[in-house]
Design a protein around this ligand. Structure first.
Ligand SMILES: Cc1ncc(COP(=O)(O)O)c(C=O)c1O
Length: 454
């Protein structure tokens, strides 16, 4: 059973948004919280269950964001909550860097078992995705004794200095923070929808990698100085872009040719999100290092890197984290993984396929809907002004997301103009129908608004 009790599937908006309680909360929050936060719309959450969010005024929303692809088992899954409660009474913290305790040991064994590849593995625990990427970057340099790294335009790897240096998504994320960590080169991530040369279906994939060889390796950086390739299996923040089949294998072949480590950033794609435990399984890739966070503990802060044992060869003191591998987060992760294995991954694959088909079917009647793509419950709908020029419909995308919020459906955007759908993995086909009904209404309204402006 995915969810033990019957939960509300239909949103219900009772007040003008934001309602009085939400407005008061937002005003007082904004007096003291960082101006860098990007709140897409005025949602003040009071509580949540499964895929339903209730705001401070009692309005109910259908959540297709899962707290940015985090609440994998749904909000407050009773089994996850119970595991947290029981652990909280036993031990809250003791620092896994300095001492031993069962939940960290158990989770490390479990992660070593479920990540792709039969080689012996070692795990380092962090609190977040950025820290996982940061740890992978340090480990790659430490192990290879090489300085350089290659990542992708459009990639998002986090915001700490090392992770930010690998990020190539939006200039606002990097502006005024230089100098960043030196030694990172970015190359194109293949986007078949936008690839001009892509008549054969795969040209963009090969071009990106031949540019790496012809331009970077032959002109600026020797491959023998490159420690690692950092790659998201599917671009997340950069637009939910699925690379063509063969791309990751070619990149892996190049990595092996030059003894470069292949680091998979599965922070967003991992833990069942794409209908497999790890997205790299779609292409049969066994990375040298896998970065995890987000969905791993259903909302508790936790990240990890899983590396081949021969790669994680640093000595005591080389890297550590006070809170990484916190026991409460570790038991939440163990329960999350159990639920994923008991049926949530299968649900993500089945409902994701259903949703992708339904969204694709909308394209015929929706001129704004340029491209629909994804795997499992990581689905992007790219909005364009014209299907020939594929010019991103940036304003329209934001307007659609706003209107959906007004109607009780929570969505976020990614890339320039892609609506991202990443609901909790407990979502049902019935809830997908409701969400797509709202999404269609919003698209209709925005299309009409555009026509009136002409
Ligand atoms: C692929 C990927 N890597 C790394 C990160 C950074 O994770 P965090 O925000 O937990 O630091 C994100 C966050 O969106 C991500 O999507």
């Amino acid at each position: 059973m995915l969810w033990p009790k019957r939960v509300q599937t239909v949103p219900e908006i009772r007040t003008k948004l934001p309602g009085p309680q939400a407005r008061a909360l937002i005003e007082s929050d904004e007096q003291v919280t960082s101006s860098s936060y990007t709140r897409a719309y005025p949602l003040a959450v009071a509580r949540a269950q499964a895929a339903t969010i209730e705001d401070a005024d009692g309005n109910r929303f259908l959540d297709f964001t899962a707290g940015i692809a985090v609440c994998s088992t749904g909000h407050c899954h009773p089994r996850v909550v119970k595991a947290i409660q029981q652990q909280a009474e036993l031990l809250l913290h003791m620092s896994g860097t300095d001492f031993y305790y069962g939940p960290q040991r158990d989770l490390a064994h479990k992660l070593a078992e479920i990540t792709p590849g039969d080689d012996p593995k070692k795990i380092f625990f962090t609190n977040s995705g950025s820290e996982a990427v940061e740890a992978a970057f340090k480990l790659a340099r430490h192990h290879t004794k090489r300085q350089h790294a290659i990542s992708f335009f459009g990639a998002f790897h986090g915001r700490t200095m090392g992770a930010l240096s690998l990020t190539g998504s939006k200039v606002t994320q990097r502006r005024d923070f230089s100098p960043l960590v030196p030694g990172v080169s970015h190359i194109e991530f293949p986007d078949c929808y936008r690839c001009q040369a892509n008549q054969s279906g795969q040209a963009c994939c090969w071009k990106s990698l031949s540019d790496l060889e012809d331009k970077i390796f032959h002109k600026t950086v020797s491959p023998h100085e490159v420690a690692a390739f950092f790659v998201e299996p599917i671009l997340g923040e950069g637009g939910y872009i699925v690379p063509p089949d063969g791309f990751h294998q070619r990149l892996k072949d190049l990595a092996e040719r030059y003894d470069i480590l292949f680091v998979a950033d599965e922070v967003q794609t991992g833990m069942g999100r794409t209908g497999k435990m790890f997205a790299m399984e779609h292409w049969g890739i066994e990375p040298d290092i896998t970065c995890l966070a987000k969905g791993i503990a259903s909302g508790m802060p936790l990240g990890a890197i899983v590396a081949k044992q021969e790669v994680m060869d640093w000595g005591p003191g080389a890297h550590a984290s006070t809170f990484g591998g916190n026991p409460v987060s570790c038991v939440a992760a163990l329960e999350t993984i159990a639920l994923l294995e008991e049926g949530l991954i299968e649900n993500a694959a089945r409902v994701g396929k259903f949703m992708l088909e339904k969204l694709s079917a909308l394209q015929a009647d929706q001129p704004l809907l340029g491209n629909v793509r994804g795997r499992g419950l990581m689905i992007g709908a790219e909005l364009v002004l014209d299907s020939n020029t594929k010019q991103p419909a940036i304003e329209q995308c934001q307007e659609v997301v706003q209107r959906c919020f007004g109607k009780g459906l929570l969505l976020l955007s990614c890339g320039d103009s892609t609506v991202r759908f990443c609901p909790p993995l407990v979502i049902s086909e019935e809830q997908v129908e409701v969400a797509l009904g709202i999404f269609t209404e919003a698209l209709d309204e925005v299309t009409e608004m555009d026509q009136q402006r002409l």
